[in-house]
Design a protein. Sequence first.
Length: 251
Amino acid sequence: MRKHIVAGNWKMNTTVPEGVELAKAVVAKSVEVPSDVELIIGTPFTHLYPVNEVVAGTRVALSAENCADHAKGAYTGEISVDMLTSVGCQYTILGHSERRQYYGETDEKLVEKTKLALAAGLKVILCVGENLEEREANKHFDVCKAQTVNVLKNFTAEDMKNVVIAYEPVWAIGTGKTATAEQAQEIHAFIRKTLADLFGAEVADQVSILYGGSCKPSNAKELFACPDIDGGLIGGAALKADDFIGIALSF
Ligand code: PGA
């Protein structure tokens, strides 16, 4: 059975005190969620230490939103994987479309980041997804396949135990426009087939593939009912504990 996961991506939102309050509210409400659903919150770097104080020992796991592509040294402004584990991080999101689009994140850099993260004992939530132009040109399969293969061809079936994929169509992120359940299921099944070609069907069957892009309590049920959608990576709706938990109650 694949793991069901609901992961929050706070992006560059909330101050530290606001983030701590939000984390407390998520932990308080997490008791309502069936224990087979894994809950993760991804916070800005500044929040990780104090938010870990809130979530440590609870069922809520902590994620970063990025990490450096070098282990340590003269990389001003960067945050290493060892820094992340030292403040209690269990996960890091990598390859989010906002990082690809605004900060020049390439598949090559993602290979380095993923290697460092896995070696440090972090689990990786690797994001893939096409933009509107690519979707309209019917290139979404090619784009998602390339993003998946370019990074994951460098890893083993064993590594895949610690990798989660998030399919996030860029045109659905923060726009209020959600992919239909059919559109999402179609591409999730395609990504799983891509994983099967790389690692075999048995491994592909164990990898959780999350949907991201304007996921909210009102549409999560339909999305999560699809056979290849194993949960969500949640942006805007993760900033309200009720909405985040509402999504987690949608399996
Ligand atoms: P959204 O963001 O839920 O606000 O659309 C999702 C994401 O970018 O991870």
